[in-house]
Design a protein around this ligand. Structure first.
Ligand code: AMP
Ligand code: MG
Length: 419
């Protein structure tokens, strides 16, 4: 227990900053990188558009058939069911029928072929029989205009298909290709430098000295940064020495658009980190109304944005997702969208008596009737890194949640929405 006062918030010298307020302040202070580049379309995947995509054409470009079958005039549907229609030619995808379809006629047509002039309806071949002399009789019920894909029903000429600021998905790339556009203008990727601070840290692969621990935060950061689509500069581990920290901050700030560190932001723990930051930049040390991850340093060193994340591994990841990721989105030129939140019943009783917004590590699951719900493991300490790797969502409990019985709906933030 951090306090003996019946779970009331531990009040420090300054009031705790609500999570949403901290996120808003951070995002509002970020402007996008200015560089642009033109890329071949397929290289645009995951990049942020620096131009709107306006369609130069209609999609589909022409009325065409949605089926393999026969194209005809709707006015001839009754005749087609009795006497049948005269077959006047063939239309294949990429090889249109030259003539028109006259009254009493039909044309054999394949999926994607241009609908011949005069025709307005396609009957699928499974509902047609070939009579003597090649006449075609249609069976079943039909509707005028059926099985025709209309020109422009997907995209109109001049339509803005994708807004500037859009992070391109595989489907977006395909849509742009469908417009015949071969290159896209995107924002330069933000460069993000990061390092760990702490004399206790040892790199994986090296033997541990007494009292040392392995540096996991740099691995979490590099993974989250790569997923966020930024250029990563891993500056290693910086020991708890004034000159080393100062040099690392200077180097990082000259080479990157944003600098992220972990550790050394707890009050009193590494005062010289704070002191160095105060000397080199404009950095605020915030105490945020959240659990885990109360302390956070945010500001600028030189021209670079600076984030000093708490050192406990779960806190590093939670604060990254809540604050750094939206800021990097904004820096990349993509207006950040609030994380997707769902309301789902909890399978297990939960509690939050911390007086802070609690980001518990949860798992999506199903109840006995197959309905979606959420559960979590007992172990929720900010040093229990496996709680993060076993989770697939945050369960976000408000500061005043108290005791929450099983079956109550709670707010859930799926990791899938975190990129
Ligand atoms: P600090 O924020 O520096 O006070 O660190 C808080 C806790 O997180 C301490 O137990 C540290 O040993 C641990 N910690 C700090 N940095 C790392 C890191 N890079 N990897 C794993 N644990 C860390
Ligand atoms: Mg430390």
């Amino acid at each position: 227990m951090k306090s003996g006062n019946q779970g009331l918030p531990v009040q420090g010298p300054t009031p705790l900053l609500p999570v949403a307020e901290a996120r808003r302040r951070i995002v509002d202070s970020v402007s996008p990188v200015t560089g642009r580049e033109r890329l071949a379309l397929r290289d645009g995947l995951g990049r942020v558009l620096a131009e709107a995509i306006v369609s130069p054409l209609q999609v589909p470009a022409f009325d065409n058939s949605a089926m393999d079958g026969y194209a005809l005039r709707a006015a001839d549907l009754a005749l087609a069911a009795t006497d049948g229609l005269a077959l006047a030619g063939r239309a294949l995808a990429g090889a249109p029928h030259e003539g028109a379809v006259g009254p009493g006629q039909c044309v054999r047509i394949m999926t994607g072929a241009v609908l011949p002039a005069g025709a307005d309806t396609v009957v699928m071949q499974e509902q047609a029989e070939v009579l003597a002399e090649g006449r075609i009789r249609l069976t079943g019920e039909h509707r005028a205009g059926e099985n025709v894909r209309r020109a422009g029903e997907d995209v109109e000429r001049g339509q803005t298909v994708l807004e500037s600021g859009r992070r391109l998905t595989p489907a977006d790339i395909a849509v742009i290709a469908s417009l015949g556009i071969a290159e896209v203008q995107v924002h330069r990727r933000p460069r993000v430098a990061f390092f760990s601070t702490g004399d206790e840290l040892c790199a994986p692969g090296q033997p541990l000295q007494p009292g040392q621990i392995y540096d996991s935060n740099r691995y979490a950061l590099s993974g989250m940064l790569r997923r966020a689509g930024v250029e990563c500069l891993d500056l290693g581990v910086v020991p708890d020495r004034r000159e080393a920290v100062e040099q690392a901050f200077r180097d990082a700030a000259t080479m990157a658009d944003a600098v992220i560190t972990s550790g050394g932001v707890s009050v009193g723990e590494a005062d010289f980190v704070k002191e160095t930051l105060e000397r080199l930049g404009q950095v605020d040390f915030w105490r945020i109304r959240m659990k885990p991850g109360k302390p956070l340093a945010f500001g600028r060193v030189g021209d670079a944005l600076f984030f000093g994340l708490p050192g406990n591994p779960v806190s590093t990841m939670v604060t990254f997702y809540q604050f750094v990721q939206p800021a990097l989105q904004a820096l990349a030129g993509a207006p950040p969208t609030p994380p997707l939140r769902l309301r789902l019943p909890t399978r297990v009783p939960l509690r939050n008596r911390s007086g802070r917004t609690d980001f518990q590590r949860g798992r999506l699951c199903h109840d006995d009737q197959g309905r979606p719900c959420v559960t979590m493991d007992r172990q929720q300490g900010s040093h229990i890194l496996t709680s993060m790797s076993q989770a697939d969502c945050f369960i976000v409990l408000p500061p005043d949640a108290g005791e929450i019985p099983a079956g109550t709906e709670v707010e859930v933030e799926p990791f899938a929405g975190l990129i």
